[in-house]
Design a protein around this ligand. Structure first.
Ligand SMILES: Nc1nc2c(c(=O)[nH]1)N[C@H]1C(S)=C(S)[C@@H](COP(=O)(O)OP(=O)(O)OC[C@H]3O[C@@H](n4cnc5c(N)ncnc54)[C@H](O)[C@@H]3O)O[C@H]1N2
Ligand code: MOO
Length: 399
């Protein structure tokens, strides 16, 4: 066992093999959820003018003033009016309007009574000079760094792009991914099933694991346990897609043709088998054109574990996003394996202190997956002999 590749070494090899995915500029209204690949700086000082933040009147404040003559209205979206010389004048202002030049204080509508053009402050009100103004540049200076490459575009980033005039942000291309099942025993979810057959489930788990992280360009294929047909079909899929994710057919059975078919198509094996359970027979290679090919073990827990633990993080990295695993607290004692990394499905429970506790749901075999429903991901136990006790910190990866 000790001569098997460690999962750290496997991760390094995958990382070295995957070139960054290309960059494309896309319309802003299609960019939510994508990975940003450019720097974004403030287009101009923000706010770009002294911005009124409450509806009311703007005045040039002098202590002791109580009454004003309303001389004009400053709507939002109009150039600044000039406050007339002399005291006792006021201009009606709106939230978001520019502060009239010569004014320095905003008095909210709640703080005064108005009759015709005459404004009188309410008795209990004493305005502070400069109040209720969001000064030009208070949010950020022109050229300030706002966003950097490698961020997922979530709601705040979308607003920042729009506010700074980025109408076609540069983002990572979403690779086209072929999700391929292999095996003559497999039957579609909607087809009649015999006692000696099983329903195909891996591609649905793999597809969900990929699409929840934004890898939504997916195509599906099913290969029979036949070397010639497998090779032909894989040749076509390699012409059509940027990434191949297979499951099944990578172990030692008479009909496990996947590695052979891939190498005959010029997909160079980078590794086959890693010191990990489940998922030991994981095969990874690179086509002549540089397309990564992840051939996951067929057992459903193994396929999903390899996808969440290796495929998704590697593809995210190639898009420019480094997603760190989340440390969580172990909820029950778990024994590691002496010479292999152990991956254990867990249910996350959030304690009153806010720390996530991982309740292990180990499966007796990696074919037992129908009770994974309450789990959210897996934790990684490095090889070792000493049991990990409740409270120990372990790294969590989401399915
Ligand atoms: N002699 C040995 N046999 C096996 C070894 C070994 O080291 N020596 N490794 C075992 C391990 S570990 C695993 S994991 C499996 C991996 O086998 P394959 O990748 O060749 O997968 P298959 O044999 O095609 O399938 C295994 C299992 O999973 C089911 N399966 C496959 N595809 C799907 C799918 N799309 N949806 C649902 N279930 C699927 C399949 O029916 C099998 O039951 O090999 C062990 N053997
Ligand atoms: O990858 Mo196999 O995972 O242990 O059943």
């Amino acid at each position: 066992m000790n001569d098997l590749l460690t999962i750290d070494a496997a991760e390094t090899l995958i990382g070295e093999a995957l070139a960054p995915f290309p960059i494309e500029a896309i319309p802003l209204d299609q960019a939510a959820g994508r990975i940003l690949r450019q720097n974004v700086t403030a287009e101009r000082a923000l706010p770009p003018y002294d911005r009124v933040i409450l509806d009311g009147i703007a005045v040039a404040w002098r202590d002791g003033q109580r009454d004003f003559l309303l001389v004009a209205t400053q709507p939002a979206g109009r150039p600044p009016l000039a406050m007339p010389d002399g005291t006792g004048q006021a201009i009606a202002v709106m939230t978001g309007s520019v502060l009239p030049s010569g004014a320095d204080t905003v008095i909210p509508r709640e703080d005064f009574d108005i009759q015709g053009d005459l404004v009188s402050l309410r008795a209990d009100v004493t305005p502070r000079k400069n109040q209720h103004i969001h000064p030009k540049g208070a949010d950020c200076a022109q050229g300030a760094a706002l966003l950097s490459p490698g961020l997922r575009l979530t709601p705040p980033e979308m607003a920042i792009l729009a506010a700074n005039g980025i109408s076609r942000p540069e983002v990572s291309v979403i690779p086209s991914i072929a999700i391929i099942s292999t095996g003559d025993e497999l039957v579609a979810p909607d087809a009649p099933v015999q006692d000696w057959q099983i329903r195909r489930s891996n591609e649905f788990a793999v597809a969900a694991s990929l699409s929840r992280k934004g890898f939504t360009r997916q195509a599906f294929a099913v290969l029979p346990d036949d070397l010639a047909l497998t090779t032909d079909h894989l040749a076509t899929l390699l012409e059509q897609h940027d990434v191949l994710v297979l499951s099944g057919g990578v172990s030692m059975g008479q009909f496990d043709f996947v590695p052979q078919a891939l190498t005959s198509l010029g997909v160079r094996k980078i590794f086959h088998k890693i010191a990990q359970r489940p998922g030991k027979p994981f095969w990874f290679g690179l086509s002549a054109k540089g397309q990564p090919v992840f051939a996951l073990p067929g057992n459903p827990v193994s396929a999903l574990a390899c996808c969440s633990r290796h495929v998704v993080p590697a593809l995210l990295r190639a898009q420019g996003l480094v997603q760190d695993a989340i440390p969580v607290r172990l909820g029950e004692t778990l024994s590691p394996l002496p010479s292999m990394t152990r991956l254990v499905p867990v249910q996350l429970v959030h304690g009153a202190d806010g720390v996530a506790t991982a309740i292990p749901h180990p499966m007796p075999t990696s074919g037992d997956f129908n009770r994974l429903g309450m789990t959210q991901g897996l934790v990684t136990l490095p090889p070792g002999t000493a049991p990990l006790m409740p409270g120990a910190s372990v790294l969590f990866h989401e399915w």
